[in-house]
Design a protein around this ligand. Structure first.
Ligand SMILES: [Zn+2]
Ligand SMILES: [Zn+2]
Length: 250
């Protein structure tokens, strides 16, 4: 079974409720570059009362680790705990939106995040830091659009993230184009705590304008980062909710 479509998995931005923030949609464990085994992330999600935890491990077509990971993560499903999604984060490989993931892993996943990481090119892919600022931003926009149009991933992960991390900036009209494209497609736009925190006040109005489906992810590389996205968004989206840290501080 290929993964369910974003339509079935994610609410539109305008439909988000405070309860929808109690999820974690983007994590990496010690199966790749995270710091702890899947169980530690699940324990953290339980302690925070999250309703859903997605394991979204890095993967490539050549990866062989993933059946062990999928088995271990799926074994964390327990009655009363968060709903566990076993998934992957795969980079886009070309202008058609092809993802760097084995077919069997794609078919086995509950959710697949698509990302622009290394930048595809005629001479092979290049690391983001090999591209100057304007070229990287353009590549993130165009390969991000290709990823959405390709329709293989349910989620466009951390739009503009490489530019934001390396150069501290991603043009707002590029972010606008990606949010608009997601809204018209069956692909969720990820709000990512790790990359989008500095630009949230500019990003949220775009999401309000185009109203794409949204996935909320912390890009957690250690258990303490699980749930960070909800803590970040709660005071911005629901300042009057009873469990808001902003409210608690007043
Ligand atoms: Zn990523
Ligand atoms: Zn990631």
């Amino acid at each position: 079974m290929p993964p369910e479509r974003a339509t079935a998995l994610f609410p539109r931005f305008s439909a988000l409720t405070p309860a929808d923030l109690a999820v974690e949609g983007h994590t990496h464990t010690d199966f790749t570059d995270g710091l702890a085994p899947p169980r530690a992330y699940a324990d953290r999600a339980v302690s925070l009362g999250l309703s859903r935890l997605a394991f979204t491990e890095h993967i490539r077509r050549t990866s062989t680790y993933w059946p062990r990971f999928a088995h271990e993560a799926a074994n964390l499903r327990r009655v009363g705990g968060p709903r566990i999604w076993v998934g992957f984060e795969a980079k886009v490989c070309d202008g058609e939106g092809t993802l760097d993931i084995p077919d069997a892993a794609y078919a086995a996943a509950d959710v697949v995040l698509g990302s622009v990481h290394a930048v595809p090119g005629a001479q092979g892919s290049r690391p983001p830091r090999a591209l100057p600022r304007e070229e990287l931003a353009l590549a993130e926009r165009d390969f991000g659009l290709a990823l959405v149009r390709g329709g293989r991933a349910q989620v466009l992960a951390h739009a503009g993230g490489m530019s934001l991390a390396l150069y501290g900036d991603f043009p707002l009209d590029y972010m606008d184009a990606l949010a608009r494209e997601c809204a018209g497609a069956d692909v969720a736009f990820e709000v990512n705590a790790r990359y989008h925190a500095p630009v949230l006040t500019r990003l949220l109005p775009l999401l309000a304008r185009y109203d794409p489906r949204v996935s909320l992810g912390s890009d957690a590389h250690e258990p303490s980062q699980v749930g960070a996205i909800g803590a970040l968004l709660r005071p911005l989206l629901f300042p009057d909710a009873p469990n808001s840290p902003a409210r608690a501080a007043t």
